[in-house]
Design a protein around this ligand. Structure first.
Ligand SMILES: *Cc1c(COP(=O)(O)O)cnc(C)c1O
Length: 410
C-alpha cells in the first residue's frame, strides 16, 4: 500500500458537531496594548472570525435576523462617514449625511404601514428597541398620566422602556394563541378606572406586539383600540420589530398598522430584510410628535432620541429595499411563510408537537436536547423551543433539524 501522508479519516459515526466556538468574551489575544498591533495579522484574524460566523449561519434557526445578504459590492461605503444628525428632513451644518436615502426608506415603510408618508414623522433608529422607546415617549407626551398596557408576551425591552420613561407598566394576559387578550385588557382597565380620580381619566397606552418574540403572534390593533376606547383617550404603539414586513404582506391581513388604528409603529431593519448592522425604523403620526429640539451647532431640528445616526445603515437598507421593490418583498415574505408551514408539518411528523400562529414565521415545538438547541441556535422558553424561518432558513435546514430530532430524541 502506498504511503499516504494525509490518510482519509475513517467515517465517523453520526454525531452532532459542536457549534464553532466564537471567542471567549474576554480574550487575552485581543488585548489592546500601548504599541500598535500587526495590521495584516489582525485583518487575517478578523477575516477568519467572519468566515467562521458565515459557516455557522446556515444553522442559526432560532433568531430573527435574516442572514442571506451580501453587501460586499458596497465595500467602498466603509471608507466614508455618513452621519445622519437630527431629523431626516432637516439638513445639518456638517452636510455629510445620507438623509435622502433615509427619507426614501421611511417613505417606503410608511406606505407598507398603511399611511401617507406626509402624515407621519419617522427616522431610522439603532433597532427595534429604540423605535419602541420613541413610540412610548411620544405616547407619554400625548397622555402624560396614562399607564402602558402590554401583554405577557411583549418583548422584554418594553419593561426597560417603561422604566426609563417612568411609565407604569400593566401586564395583560395573553390568549392561548399568544395574542393579547382584549377581555383581560378590559378588566385591567376597569380596575385602574376604580383607582383613578373620578374626573381625570388618565388615558390608555396600548403596546401591541406584531409578531411576539417567542410565539410569533400578531396582536389585533383594531380590537385592542376598541377595547380600550371606553376608558378614555387611547394611544396605540405597534411594536412590529419582526412582524411588520410580514404582516404587511400576509394573506390573512393582520390588523397591525396605521390603517388599523396604530399611532406609532416600529420595526427592525436587520430582521426580515437582512443587514450587517442592526437598525430599524420608527414612525409616528405627525400631530402627536412633540416639538423639535435644535442645537445651534448642528443647525438641524431633532426629534430623534439620539444625535448621530448611522448613514451606512440608511444606505444599506435603501439598497436592499430598492433591489426588492414592493413585489420582491412580497415574494420574500411569502417564501418565508411557506418554509414556516413546511417546518410545522415536518416537526409534527417528527413528533415535536409544533404550534404556529396564522401567517407567522415563528414555529414553536418541544424543547429538544441541549446538543440540538446548541447546534441549531434554538431560542427556548421553559419546555418549548422555536425556529424563525427568515430568509436564510430553507427546507433543507428544516429537514436536517428534523433528522437530528428523530435521531437524538429517541
Ligand atoms: C426583536 C424585537 C425587539 C427588539 O428589537 P431590536 O432590533 O433587537 O432592538 C422588540 N420587540 C419585538 C417584538 C422584537 O421581535
Amino acid at each position: 500500500m502506498p504511503f499516504d501522508r494525509h490518510p482519509v479519516a475513517p467515517p465517523q459515526p453520526a454525531r452532532l458537531s459542536p457549534r464553532i466556538p466564537l471567542r471567549q468574551l474576554r480574550d487575552p489575544h485581543l488585548h489592546i496594548g500601548p504599541e500598535a498591533g500587526d495590521t495584516d495579522s489582525d485583518t487575517a484574524l478578523l477575516l477568519e472570525w467572519a468566515a467562521a460566523l458565515k459557516a455557522e449561519q446556515p444553522r442559526v434557526l432560532g433568531y430573527p435576523g435574516s442572514l442571506d445578504f451580501d453587501y460586499a459590492a458596497l465595500a467602498p461605503l466603509l471608507s466614508v462617514l455618513a452621519n445622519n444628525v437630527g431629523d431626516p428632513a432637516s439638513a445639518d451644518a456638517s452636510a455629510i449625511h445620507a438623509k435622502a436615502y433615509e427619507q426614501a426608506v421611511i417613505d417606503y415603510f410608511a406606505q407598507s404601514a398603511g399611511t401617507d408618508p406626509d402624515a407621519v414623522y419617522g427616522y431610522m433608529t439603532a433597532g427595534g428597541t429604540e423605535g419602541l422607546l420613541f413610540g412610548l415617549a411620544t405616547a407619554r407626551s400625548a397622555l402624560p398620566h396614562a399607564p402602558v398596557y402590554a401583554s405577557d408576551q411583549a418583548h422584554y425591552s418594553v419593561g426597560k422602556a417603561a422604566r426609563l420613561l417612568g411609565l407604569q407598566l400593566i401586564t395583560v394576559a395573553s390568549r392561548p394563541d399568544g395574542t393579547m387578550d382584549p377581555d383581560d385588557l378590559g378588566s385591567k382597565l376597569r380596575k385602574q378606572t376604580l383607582l383613578a380620580p373620578r374626573n381625570q381619566p388618565p388615558g390608555v397606552i396600548v403596546l401591541a406586539t406584531i409578531g411576539t418574540t417567542m410565539r410569533g403572534a400578531y396582536d389585533d390593533v383594531t380590537v385592542l383600540r376598541e377595547a380600550a376606547a371606553m376608558f378614555g383617550a387611547v394611544y396605540v404603539h405597534a411594536d412590529a420589530a419582526l412582524g411588520g414586513f410580514i404582516a404587511a404582506h400576509a394573506p390573512s391581513l393582520p390588523r397591525w398598522s396605521f390603517r388599523h388604528g396604530a399611532d406609532s409603529v416600529s420595526i427592525s431593519g436587520h430582521k426580515m430584510i437582512g443587514m450587517p448592522v442592526p437598525c430599524g425604523v420608527v414612525l409616528a403620526r405627525w400631530h402627536l410628535v412633540p416639538d423639535a429640539s435644535s442645537g445651534e451647532y448642528v443647525q438641524a431640528t431633532d426629534r430623534t432620541l439620539g444625535c448621530s445616526r448611522s448613514g451606512l445603515a440608511a444606505v444599506l437598507m435603501w439598497s436592499a429595499l430598492r433591489r426588492l421593490g414592493y413585489t420582491g418583498m412580497r415574494t420574500r415574505v411569502l417564501s418565508c411563510l411557506d418554509v414556516a408551514r413546511y417546518a410545522a408539518d415536518r416537526l409534527a411528523a417528527a413528533g415535536a408537537r409544533p404550534s404556529r400562529p396564522t401567517d407567522s414565521v415563528v414555529v414553536c415545538f418541544d424543547r429538544p436536547t441541549p446538543e440540538i438547541v446548541d447546534r441549531w441556535h434554538l431560542a427556548c422558553e421553559g419546555d418549548r423551543a422555536h425556529i424563525v424561518t427568515v430568509a436564510h432558513v430553507d427546507r433543507a435546514a428544516v429537514d436536517e433539524l428534523c433528522a437530528d430530532l428523530s435521531r437524538m430524541q429517541r
